[in-house]
Design a protein around this ligand. Structure first.
Ligand SMILES: *Cc1c(COP(=O)(O)O)cnc(C)c1O
Length: 351
């Protein structure tokens, strides 16, 4: 059967109101790509699979929750949706709002959003407003305005976002027949790890798929859940997880504990190294935040703090590398220039 979007496929397992009116871009159904070269690089002896969420319609997993949140908003009769965003939520909200014929407003932290994400939000017709402050400031503003005016909030505080994002756990179990032994993923506002855990536990009750251990990974400069307190000025190249006060922090800690997993931090250097290694060894280019789960996994294996021998590990790569091309190009000198002559090309390649 052709894929008709996540609400069509998994709607009966999601807690959505009866008034929900489906808005879809045929999101989800993303591949689980084997990564044997990277597994070997990490020491080998285990199976590593990449859930490549960058292949969603707007280039990140945010589309899973957005199909649910915007479908509910449309059915309820909302005319406008609003969100605070480090970028991917903005692009996704704007796309689904456009599809639904709704107005979208997105608040982004000034100068802290990757070019590909801002371009997306603009292309889909959102009203984009920069806040002279952090993501956490922007989130606080959209919460306040949506309480005061009839504007629908589609940040992951919106319960339907969490419902929609559970579908990634369902897909993994459906593809493998069981839950993996470990699932590693980046953690920012902590909606996604909350959703995965809700999805896995629901599927285990329903189909006895078993449960994975969760390894949530924050960036070292934005690691409130590892430090045990909010971070006033979060700093990391991984802009999608530059969040100092995660809205679902408590639930993330609980999910990690219940799964007998944990939340750890990876440095920017480890994250960028992993982004590069994944692209070069496996041909999978993800944005920096999306490499954090794997970077944390590699670091834990290195420290001997994780045993994965003969186990199956799924790494969630949350967004596409094309969202943040600057991170790659700015580190490079411009590509070599040759005159349009065969000898010059031979000289450049064969030398
Ligand atoms: C939103 C996002 C995250 C963080 O997800 P949370 O639900 O906020 O924890 C990680 N990576 C990418 C690419 C994202 O867009």
């Amino acid at each position: 059967m052709p894929h008709r979007g996540l609400l069509e496929k998994y709607g009966s397992l999601l807690d959505l109101p009866a008034h929900t009116q489906t808005v879809t871009l045929l999101e989800g159904n993303t591949p689980l790509i084997p990564a044997p070269h990277l597994a070997r690089e990490m020491g080998g002896g285990f199976e590593l699979l990449i859930k490549f969420e960058g292949l969603n319609p707007t280039g990140s997993f945010k589309d899973r929750g957005m199909t649910a949140a915007v479908s509910e908003a449309l059915g309820r009769g909302a005319a406008t949706v609003i969100c605070a965003s480090t970028g991917n939520t903005a692009a996704s909200a704007a796309a689904y709002a456009a599809r639904a014929g709704l107005k979208s407003i997105v608040l982004i932290p000034q100068g802290k959003v990757a070019a590909g994400k801002l371009a997306g939000a603009l292309a889909y017709g959102a009203q984009v407003i920069q806040v002279d402050g952090s993501f956490d400031d922007a989130l606080s503003l959209v919460v306040q305005i949506s309480e005061k005016h009839p504007i629908c909030l589609v940040n992951s505080i919106n319960p339907y976002r969490i419902e929609g994002q559970k579908t990634a756990a369902f897909e993994i179990c459906d593809a493998l027949g069981t839950a993996p032994d470990w699932l590693c993923l980046p953690v920012g506002n902590a909606g996604n790890i909350t959703s995965y855990w809700a999805g896995f536990t629901q599927y285990d009750l329903l189909k006895a798929t078993g449960l994975p251990h969760l390894l949530g990974v924050q960036a070292a400069g934005a690691a409130p859940l590892v430090l045990g307190h909010p971070v006033e000025k979060p700093e990391t190249v991984a802009t999608a997880i530059r969040i100092g006060r995660p809205a679902r922090g408590e639930q993330a800690l609980q999910a990690a504990e219940e799964s007998r997993g944990r939340i750890v931090a990876a440095t920017d250097e480890q994250i960028l190294d992993m982004q590069k290694t994944l692209a070069r060894l496996e041909g999978i280019w993800v944005e920096p935040a999306s490499a954090a789960g794997l970077a944390g996994l590699a670091a834990e294996l290195n420290r001997g703090r994780l045993e994965v021998r003969a186990k199956r590990v799924v790494a969630v790569c949350t967004g596409h590398g094309l969202k943040d091309p600057e991170i790659v190009t700015r580190a490079l000198t411009a590509p070599q220039i040759v005159p349009p002559k065969l000898e010059a090309l031979e000289e450049a390649i064969l030398r």
